[in-house]
Design a binder for this molecule. Structure first.
Ligand code: 0A1
Ligand code: ZN
Length: 887
């Protein structure tokens, strides 16, 4: 905690002065304290020009230092000094062994960084800079060391003791204690270190890699959760196979372990050979987990597994390079999920997330390029930009190079940099070298923040049968970057004739590489300039353009589509993503004009086109039900807010509800018959077809309740009571509660809690259904729930469910004009600033977006940011976000 924290700049990067070849750790876990002995075999870094006399190690203030020896000589206080956040030893030789002994207090660690306790278990979280809370070290990713870890603890309370690598020795000690030594042969940075100890149970399976290595797969959890681990295991095996098939990557140790813990700041962590997971990303059972939950488990298990290559074998030189591992790994896990499920549905979900959360971040005070130039607290940079936009940038390279050259590029990247800590530049260079493509201009994506905006216009010349598309690009200013150079943007397009058939286009790329003109239906236009015109010849009639197919670049695209164009594309576009996109655009267009009417006190009348288009979609049994569900879902309030010049929360909420009501009334018969057609009492399975059926059924149920007819409430209540799976019962609960049937809501909320109070993850859903309720009175309910047994301010999952559930997912209540929502959030941020800075700084996000609202709300939001600022000593995490928001 500090008043004016230091800003760290990428331009100041220097190689480390010392290296650590070997790290030997010994943990003595005791009830009140833990003793950590560290033996570091160190030497000067030959690549470092400077030859400092002394050595500086990172180390948290809270480390209680007992002793230091250098080459077995005990140092005394004149040989070293404690620094604000480290330790300086005044003189060291060129090569030496340094031993330290410190005491730490995992029980008191509420920040959940370093070694801490989660319920009965000890566990660690070292990324990004948690290792320095365990011992003095060179806690930076470019210092890679071989680790050996010995853990000693009480045998009955901590029968299982895990660390990275392989167990090499174990034995009993005095006083009912035991010990184990683990050795990890792969040099790794400290952020990939992990330790777990507790009364854990596990399931085990086995995988033989394509190269013939037998790998034991173990997933550990509390005894009561042992029955919820099978899906994660199957997902892990699928991910291992997929990475061999698609990227040629094999696993490299004899054991792969995953441990589920209740208290965790993020989703999961890719520690070498010993992933630590938030229970929310590993436990899955039909009774307790929704379809979205199952898919999250599959995606996160794969994500952490894929990090073994993209992150662990090849890691980051410094934390500015975070997107090197995260962007690439998100791209890899998204492609895996697309291959395991429906590719189009996965893409639609990703893009919806990107366009709401990431675009908003890129337009806000914390906007940063995927390769940031500076930070105060690196934990604040585990962002949608680093992860999701980073993945989009890798996806664009894939699009530009094609699958084959991209694979050559990734092979080259992995072989060239195996065992190294590298930069995003190294990644792009490998892609260039393997493919022969020049990505010089493309590199702007790494250094420039902001979402580019494309304006597209077209003209058709019937006489010469020529069609021209003119695309202009611009990018709004972001903090510290007033002007932007143009980006290199791949725009995938198709042209539809009046029958809805794709026209054949010549593929420019193929022409260049093979001198043969191939005909394709989707062409990648490469935009480099601020304004470029692309010409298509041999076009007999004016086509309807299908633009940015598959969302080929993370941009906003404007083209003056008529509503007729959009309904035409909804039913004819051969690109599944763009069929959905056409529906979204139609919805946005209609909603935006109604929002304008509402703000001008005009009577709201819904254009018939939307109901007609939805009717066609509902009637078409050939369509994928998951896509029907997506198409029928109106653009979210978050997306409408993102698109608005000034966000009018109440107008958006009111108008969206009005449209839902109108659609529900007009399509009631079709919705009801689709609902019934999708009803079946099979045993639960999280396969794509079953998920699709449930998704469509629950979208229909949501609309039916919007009719406000009692009979449909009965339908929802019946579904709630009869469901054999959490997806259907939670959907019914959510719909009833959010539709304002207060009495019925109270009854089923109570029943739900009584049934599930022993399942923390289900209770979290119960909290968030209530927190996100748009009905009046929610804030008092949220405040009451903070006193409930179900809530615990020290558990990030509870905080996310209840507090973020309110502030981030309940715009009408959070933005109440009496500022009550803003004051509530500021109070919680101030409390959490002391308990868990990472969670506090994430929580503050909705307040940071104050510029997007009218002046009245702006003033109230700023006042609460200022109150946080003035509330006392702020953590670096909260200081950075709040000060940048007020700047
Ligand atoms: N590297 C992990 C995410 C992660 C990041 C930071 C953490 O603590 C500050 C924890 C986990 C991943 O990408 O899955
Ligand atoms: Zn990751």
């Amino acid at each position: 905690m500090t008043e004016q924290p230091e800003v760290i700049y990428l331009k100041d990067y220097q190689v480390p002065s010392f290296l650590i070849d070997q790290t030997e750790l010994r943990f003595e876990l005791e009830s009140e304290r833990t003793i950590v002995n560290a033996k570091l075999t160190m030497r000067r870094n030959p690549d470092c020009q400077q030859k400092p006399q002394g050595l500086e190690l990172h180390g948290d203030k809270a480390l209680q230092l007992y002793r230091i020896t250098l080459n077995e000589q005990l140092l005394n206080e004149s040989d070293y000094q404690r620094l604000d956040e480290g330790l300086q030893i005044f003189t060291v030789p060129d090569a030496f062994v340094l031993e330290t002994q410190v005491e730490i207090h995992p029980d008191q660690n509420t920040a959940l960084e370093g070694l801490y306790r989660s319920e009965g278990f000890y566990c660690t979280q070292c990324e990004a800079e948690g290792f320095r809370r365990i011992t003095f070290y060179l806690d930076r990713p470019d210092v890679m060391s071989v680790f050996s870890t010995t853990i000693e603890a009480d045998k009955s309370a901590y029968p299982v003791m895990l660390s990275n690598g392989n167990p090499v020795a174990t034995g009993d000690a005095d006083n009912g204690r035991h010990w184990i030594t683990w050795e990890d042969p792969h040099p790794k940075p400290a952020y990939l270190f992990a330790l777990v100890a507790g009364d854990l149970k596990m399931i085990e399976d086995q995988y033989t890699t394509s190269g013939g290595r037998d790998v034991a797969l173990r997933i550990y959890a509390a005894d009561k959760d042992l029955d919820k681990l099978d899906y994660a295991m199957q997902s892990l095996i699928n991910a291992m196979r997929w990475d061999e098939q698609v990227y040629g990557r094999e696993y490299d140790l004899d054991i792969y372990m995953i441990v589920a813990v209740d208290f965790f700041n993020m989703g999961a962590m890719e520690n070498k050979g010993l992933n630590v997971f938030n229970t929310s990303c590993v436990l899955a059972s039909p009774e307790t987990t929704t379809d979205a939950g199952f898919q999250r488990v599959e995606g996160v298990v794969a994500h952490e597994y894929f990090h073994n290559w993209s992150g662990n074998r090849v890691t980051c030189r410094d934390w500015f390079q975070l997107s090197l591992k995260e962007g690439f790994t998100v791209f890899r896990d998204a492609e895996f999920s697309a291959d395991m499920n429906s590719r189009t549905v996965k893409r639609v979900e990703n893009v919806a997330l990107l366009r709401t959360a990431q675009f908003a971040e890129d337009a806000g005070p914390m906007a940063h390029p995927i390769l940031p130039a500076s930070f105060i607290e690196i934990s604040n940079f585990y962002t949608m930009t680093i992860y999701e936009k980073g993945a989009e940038v890798v996806r664009m390279i894939h699009t530009l190079l094609g699958a084959e050259a991209f694979r050559k590029g990734s092979d080259l990247y992995f072989s060239r940099h195996d065992g190294q800590a590298v930069t995003t530049e190294d990644f792009v260079k490998a892609m260039e070298d393997a493919s022969g493509r020049d990505l010089t201009h493309f590199r702007n994506w790494y250094n420039q923040a902001g979402t580019p905006v494309l304006a597209v216009s077209d003209e058709f010349d019937a006489a010469s049968q020529t069609y021209r598309l003119t695309i202009s690009q611009s990018c709004p200013a972001t903090p510290g970057q007033d002007t932007k150079a143009p980006f290199h943007i791949p725009v995938a397009i198709g042209l539809l004739d009046s029958q809805g058939e794709d026209l054949l286009l010549s593929d420019g790329e193929a022409q260049i590489t093979t001198q043969v003109t191939t005909q394709v239906t989707t062409q990648i236009l490469e935009l480099h300039e601020t304004r470029q015109t692309f010409e298509f010849s041999g076009i007999a009639e004016r086509p309807v353009p299908s633009l940015l197919r598959g969302f080929s670049a993370p941009v906003k695209l404007n083209y003056p589509y008529t509503r007729e164009n959009l309904t035409f594309l909804m039913s004819h576009d051969s690109d599944g993503f763009n069929r959905w996109e056409a529906a979204q655009k139609l919805g946005v267009d209609i909603l935006q004009s109604l929002i304008k009417d509402y703000r001008n006190d005009k009577k709201l009348i819904l254009d018939k086109q939307l109901a007609e288009a939805f009717k066609v979609v509902l009637a078409d049994e050939s369509l994928d039900k998951a896509m029907v569900a997506k198409v029928l879902t109106l653009p979210s309030e978050a997306y409408l807010s993102e698109l608005a010049e000034e966000i009018d929360v109440d107008a958006i909420h009111h108008v969206r509800n009005f449209v839902r009501h109108q659609l529900a009334v007009q399509l009631e018969t079709q919705l009801l018959s689709t609902y019934q057609a999708c009803t079946c009492d099979d045993t639960y399975s999280p396969d794509a077809a079953s998920i699709a059926r449930r998704a469509l059924r629950n979208v229909c149920l949501g609309y039916l309740l919007a009719t406000e007819k009692q009979e449909h409430l009965e339908l929802a209540l019946a579904q709630f009571h009869e469901a054999n799976n959490m997806t259907d019962s939670q959907a019914a609960l959510n719909i009833v509660v959010h539709s304002g049937y207060q009495k019925a809501a109270e009854v089923i909320l109570e029943q739900f809690y009584l049934r599930w109070s022993h399942e923390p993850l289900v209770v979290n859903q119960w909290l968030s259904v209530q927190a996100s309720n748009p009905q009046a009175g929610t804030l008092s309910q949220v405040k009451a729930l903070m006193q409930h047994d179900a809530f615990n301010m020290r558990n990030p999952n509870k905080v996310r469910s209840l507090i973020a559930g309110f502030s981030a997912l309940n715009p009408v209540n959070f933005h109440a004009l009496d500022a009550s929502g803003y004051m509530f959030l500021a109070d919680q941020v101030i409390t959490l600033n002391n308990l868990n800075p990472q969670i506090a700084s994430r929580l503050v996000t909705p307040l940071t977006r104050w510029k997007r609202y009218n002046t009245e709300r702006q003033e109230m939001m700023k006042a609460q940011l200022q109150r946080i600022m003035d509330s006392g000593e702020l953590s670096r995490d909260v200081f950075e976000v709040v000060s940048k928001s007020l700047a």
